[in-house]
Design a binder for this molecule. Structure first.
Ligand code: CP3
Length: 380
């Protein structure tokens, strides 16, 4: 192939071998254009979701495969994105572990008896993950719905997900969302046996849960470590890196790419890279190219529009979208997304506009393979 020959002449040629363009981008394979999806793409900003939510609680939706799959499919189709994330919640595994929680309107999740001692951790069960199979059933329905290629010839990617040990432990220990993670860090710093047993139990449950999702048809597993940014590099390294690496390694061994995601992680990126996740999520606080440099060329990146930019006037929003695509520079391994989830009140039309711009940007702007490789080699 000559230097100036386009990398992709037809979509089929480009996207066929490794599955959908979304999966190929996770693996840093060339794609015809940048794939795009959004964190929390099915949620309260979307009237279709609110219509379902009027009649069902959040947990009812999660636990009823017919409804969870419908909500997942509706959001992906309405937006025209390249991947569907299964509608579920991070905290669902708490129930089979023996930890009761509920979602209180306006307050988020509440765990009634937070974990505070070794005895509490010892009592957590790891043998009832079968109770979570409703999520796998929902994935089966979504996978069946999206089995055939879409009009553009590409197959939609199906994303399963779970929490990471630190972020889940923080909800278990604090009992709700937290600003300073005082109780979590107290256990982390002072109670080695309690912390390590909790990490170990969470990894056991999460691997089994991820396995159910992969068997049901998830193409990729995203691991949410949403609150890892609360940790210093030393603490992340000392208390979280080993169990999280174990989780990533075992989920990858199921045969799917792993996306590892956190917020406020700029300083943690080089350490997170050691886990060898296929893709790292970047939040908007770091320019995409800088974030990519921090994780190195051997890793794909996902991100990183500030979700609040979706409230900006069209010219500002388009400017930010173009900036991200320009910084990615056509290198294989970029998945367009937000730096964190879509928030309630976001105009749906703006989300759809972003999808259209990402799609248009890729068309007619193929990057030559050699150019991409050498450019990246220089930058890395
Ligand atoms: O399309 C999608 O991405 C939706 C599926 C989804 C939900 N939760 C449904 C949900 C996903 C991927 C999650 C993950 C999740 N849950 C995370 C990690 C993602 C992130 O934002 O970093 C976390 C931290 C949770 C725990 C959780 N669930 C919290 C803190 C809250 C309250 C947040 C709020 O804005 O009130 C939830 C509730 C929740 N989970 C909602 C949805 C759509 C909104 C509440 C509702 O519909 O009643």
């Amino acid at each position: 192939m000559s230097e100036n020959e386009p990398l992709h002449s037809t979509l089929n040629e480009t996207n066929e071998a490794g599955g959908s363009r979304f999966v190929r981008a996770c693996l840093r394979l060339p794609v015809d254009r940048t794939p795009v999806w959004f964190l929390r793409q099915a949620g309260r900003y979307m009237p279709e979701y609110m219509a379902v939510r009027k009649h069902h609680s959040l947990l009812d939706i999660c636990r009823t495969p017919e409804i969870a799959s419908e909500v997942t499919i509706t959001a992906a189709e309405r937006l025209g994105v390249d991947a569907a994330i299964i509608f579920a919640d991070l905290l669902l595994p708490f129930t089979p572990m023996g930890l009761d929680f509920e979602f209180v309107n306006g307050e988020g999740p509440v765990v009634h008896t937070p974990i505070r001692s070794l005895e509490h951790v010892q009592a957590l069960r790891t043998d009832r993950t079968d109770d979570l199979r409703y999520v796998a059933s929902a994935i089966e329905k979504v996978a069946k719905h999206f089995a055939a290629p879409r009009a553009d010839g590409d197959t939609l990617g199906i994303i399963g997900f779970c929490g990471a040990p630190f972020t889940l432990a923080s909800y278990m220990i604090e009992g709700s969302s937290s600003r300073n993670y005082v109780e979590t860090k107290k256990i982390m710093y002072s109670h080695d046996a309690t912390w390590s047993l909790l990490m170990e139990k969470l990894v056991t449950v999460l691997v089994a849960y991820a396995e159910q999702q992969v068997e049901a048809g998830a193409d990729v597993i995203q691991i949410f470590d949403s609150w890892a940014g609360a940790l210093s590099v030393s603490d992340y390294r000392q208390y979280c890196l080993a169990p999280t690496t174990e989780l990533v390694r075992r989920v990858k061994a199921l045969g799917v790419p792993v996306i590892y995601f956190g917020v406020d992680t700029a300083s943690l990126l080089p350490t997170m890279r050691e886990m060898t996740a296929d893709v790292l999520g970047l939040d908007w606080r770091i320019p995409l190219d800088e974030g990519w440099r921090a994780v190195g060329a051997g890793c794909a990146v996902q991100g990183n529009l500030d979700p609040i930019t979706l409230f900006a006037p069209e010219d500002v929003l388009q400017g930010r979208v173009n900036e991200i695509l320009k910084l990615a520079n056509g290198r294989p391994g970029h998945i367009f997304n937000l730096g964190h989830g879509i928030v309630p009140g976001t105009p749906v039309d703006n989300v759809i506009r972003v999808v259209e711009w990402v799609k248009q940007y890729g068309v007619g702007k193929p990057v030559a393979r050699n150019e991409a490789a050498s450019e990246w080699a220089v930058r890395a």
